[in-house]
Write a protein that binds this ligand. Structure first.
Ligand SMILES: [Zn+2]
Length: 318
């Protein structure tokens, strides 16, 4: 009997099939079955297994030519615990407040607010408190946290939907700010999602994306043990491939910067210790959090204004 069939795909950014292998786990996920990979997906084993990452020769994107298909992913995610539960929540809150500070410094905080994968709504709460958004559109597959998200949105009308692939409920051209934090590098077809979001943004509306940076110092130091090399990431970006992707999806004013993360010192020490093979489980460590630029990047992009200018000129010309 042959193993479970996985998806085989060209580069999700440019469509080229020309790619060379760059990173693989000791045992490669593409040589295993879906059932064999399930415990690794759930994080039951410390040992790493992931689909081999290849570098596209045409556009430079780092992606996995073999990956779970859509139905396999939907089924795997439905059995998964919420994100980032390893890191204390005050550190997550401080990190996400920092992301919001960045966008608040350069974009108007009104119109609709759209977030894909808002988790428990750290940025939603900031947006509700500091902006004047007229509607919150929150796409979160984990229904167990929908009530908490509704609370985070405060008094503004909020629509919560579980399907992250279908944004059709949102009126076209209505969204002032769209947000995706650690979502884009989970998507099989990032271009399709970015194109959908672009139609929902009003002209000049802002998209903020946070992802890992596969050209970061942390990746170079940790090598194959860099945590984002995992079964949940079908591709990983760097500033150049992120710029290419957003430009191809029709966005303008693309700016990519390394973002700051707040990490509890004890969490960091355990991660580093794990990476070098030392067990620190019984060692008491301080839980103070510190701010580091540690391998994430924050990208801002804007929906083009030309279409709107055409629309607004038409009545003037008539
Ligand atoms: Zn490519």
């Amino acid at each position: 009997m042959t193993g479970q069939a996985f998806l085989q795909r060209p580069c999700p950014l440019c469509g080229s099939d020309d790619a060379h292998a760059e990173v693989h786990s000791r045992q490669r996920a593409e040589d295993m079955t879906l059932e064999g990979l399930r415990p690794f997906w759930s994080g039951l084993f410390k040992e790493k297994r992931f689909f081999s990452y290849h570098r596209c020769a045409a556009c430079g994107l780092l992606y996995t030519p073999t990956f779970f298909d859509g139905p396999q992913l939907a089924e795997l995610y439905s059995s998964m615990a919420p994100n980032m539960d390893l890191v204390a929540s005050d550190a997550i809150a401080a990190t996400q407040r920092g992301y919001f500070d960045t966008v608040a410094a350069c974009a108007p905080l009104d119109g609709g607010y759209l977030e894909i994968g808002p988790d428990i709504g750290y940025i939603v709460a900031e947006a509700a408190r500091r902006g004047s958004f007229d509607h919150f559109w929150l796409f979160e597959p984990n229904r167990a946290i929908h009530d908490r998200l509704r609370d985070a949105a405060g008094k503004a009308p909020a629509t919560l939907l579980p399907d992250m692939d279908d944004l059709s409920a949102v009126p076209d051209g209505s969204v002032g700010l769209a947000v995706m934090v650690h979502v884009l590098d989970h998507l099989l077809d990032p271009l399709a999602t970015l194109a959908q979001i672009r139609t929902k943004l009003r002209p000049g509306g802002t998209l903020m994306i946070v992802t890992h940076d596969e050209r970061s110092l942390l990746r170079r130091v940790m090598g194959v043990r860099w945590p984002p090399f995992c079964l949940q990431h079908p591709e990983l970006y760097n500033p150049t491939t992120m710029w290419n992707l957003l430009t191809r999806a029709g966005y303008g004013a693309v700016v990519v910067e390394r973002s700051r993360n707040h990490f509890p010192i004890d969490f960091l020490a355990r991660q580093v210790a794990w990476a070098v093979g030392v067990k620190l489980n019984r060692v008491p460590l301080p839980s103070v959090s510190i701010e580091l630029r540690l391998g994430n990047m924050l990208t801002l992009a804007a929906a083009p204004v030309q279409a709107a200018e055409r629309v607004s000129r038409r009545p003037v010309a008539a």
